[in-house]
Design a protein around this ligand. Structure first.
Ligand SMILES: Nc1ncnc2c1ncn2[C@@H]1O[C@H](COP(=O)(O)OP(=O)(O)O)[C@@H](O)[C@H]1O
Ligand SMILES: [Mg+2]
Length: 269
């Protein structure tokens, strides 16, 4: 079976500088791929390139990104817009900044659902409350009626996951979706992403947290300064890393654990 999403020898530049070089990897149907690497290694650039949302001055200078046998790079803006959210969803680090501050959560969910298909606000609400309930939100009705600023950062992230679920995309690109969260909210969001995976959605999970890779990812891509250092099944990469850089990342996490900063090892999802 061909992969649902593949990056082929991708190079992305800002101005004259290539910040991502010769990056290739594949996401198969129903797989969670972790992308790890320190700040500035090019993780967000990869995600943005796939969504056609590179910042000003950024462009793909070589290679291709293929989604279901079609190049995302030559697709019209109109087709890309149709794809975003509905086929390929994205969850970023601070979902609250992607929500409009002066409109209720419910209103924004309704707008998003309506942009991708005919639905009444009543049905949008029923569908949303079902998902909120499934995700064990304490007060589904209250969340629907809230403004984003009335919710915690963790709750905003969870709403972003719920919204992604409502659109039933084939692929979710989660860019540090849990990095700004406390441990409890983080574990909740991770478990919710795993539910998406259980629904058959393929997930790219960008993180600097090796423990998360260990817990939930089938494969991992290790990135440093825009280049792939290692790529393969996460169990193999984490138990027998080949590159010095991967060894270094794993050692850093172990040291933190040793110092009492264990992450989710007691609460594997
Ligand atoms: N809009 C931009 N203009 C110029 N350089 C950028 C821009 N965005 C990111 N970069 C550079 O590209 C590199 C990769 O950044 P990024 O993809 O955000 O890394 P990560 O998500 O891994 O932290 C960094 O060197 C960063 O400085
Ligand atoms: Mg980033």
């Amino acid at each position: 079976m061909s992969p649902i999403l593949s990056f082929n020898n991708l190079e992305v530049s800002y101005g004259d500088e290539a910040v991502v070089r010769n990056v290739s990897f594949e996401l198969n149907q129903g797989e969670i791929l972790g992308i790890v690497g320190e700040s500035g290694s090019g993780k967000s650039t990869l995600i943005k390139a796939a969504m056609g949302l590179l910042s000003k001055g950024g462009r793909v200078t070589s290679g291709d990104i293929i989604y279901e046998q079609n190049s995302l790079l030559t697709m019209s803006e109109k087709s890309l817009r149709r794809l975003r959210g509905k086929e390929i969803g994205m969850i970023s680090q601070n979902a609250s900044t992607t929500f409009c501050p002066i409109r209720t959560v419910g209103n924004q969910i309704f707008e998003t659902l309506r942009a991708h298909g005919k639905i009444s606000i009543k049905d949008a609400r029923i569908k949303s409350l079902e998902i909120f309930d499934k995700l064990n939100f304490m007060n589904p009705d209250k969340v629907w009626d809230s403004y984003p600023f009335q919710l915690s950062g963790g709750m905003n992230q969870r709403v972003a996951v719920a919204l992604a679920m409502l659109l039933e995309p084939k692929v979710i690109l989660a860019d540090e979706a849990t990095s700004a969260l406390d441990n409890i909210s983080r574990n909740q969001v991770i478990m919710e992403l795993v539910r998406l995976y259980d629904m058959g959605t393929s997930v790219i999970f960008v993180t600097h947290d090796i423990d998360i890779v260990d817990s939930i990812c089938d494969k991992v891509l290790v990135l440093k300064n825009g280049e792939v250092k290692e790529y393969g099944p996460s169990k193999r990469v984490l138990s027998a890393p080949q590159s010095d850089y991967t060894k270094h990342l794993i050692n850093c996490t172990r040291q933190l654990r040793g110092a009492g900063y264990g992450l989710i090892q007691e609460n594997k999802v």
